[in-house]
Design a protein around this ligand. Sequence first.
Ligand SMILES: [Zn+2]
Length: 174
Amino acid sequence: MTRTGRKEPLYRKVNTLARGVRHPAGGEARWDRNTKAEAQAAAEGVTRGKLRTAARFSAFDYTPLFRFLLSRVGQDWAAVHAEAMSRLDREAPIFWIVALHPQDRRPMVRIGESTYFTGLYVTEDGRLARVDPDLTAPMMRPFCACCTHTLNGQPFGLPFDPAQPPGLPQEPLP
Ligand SMILES: [Zn+2]
């Protein structure tokens, strides 16, 4: 809350100079495939590369939104959504990590070059929930040696190992 009682926005301007270096193409694309936004973009004929530039790598950083949503797991979705909307410039980033449909649910969602947040969904009784409640950063293995991968802001715990599948140990790459 600010002194005037208005709540802080859930997004902030990106300092473009502080963005990380691009790393060579890797296997991590599986995590951001088929998201709601990308499905919509595909339907509209937008390529994945363009969507990344236009949406995920936008002028605003929605990390405060994702932290807000994670802090509201277990709470009534209608109230959480209403508060988020009152503190956002647009609705779409909410659904980058909150799956609208069962087929969109992902244990984690890629938001930046090597930045992931826990995937969320809304239960049948209208509460915000984690897709995989057991997912934590310490159990994660990075997708490359050159980037610091994070889940909910916490660095992945396992070392990079090209002989081991990256990401979730219980969900090795095929
Ligand atoms: Zn890298």
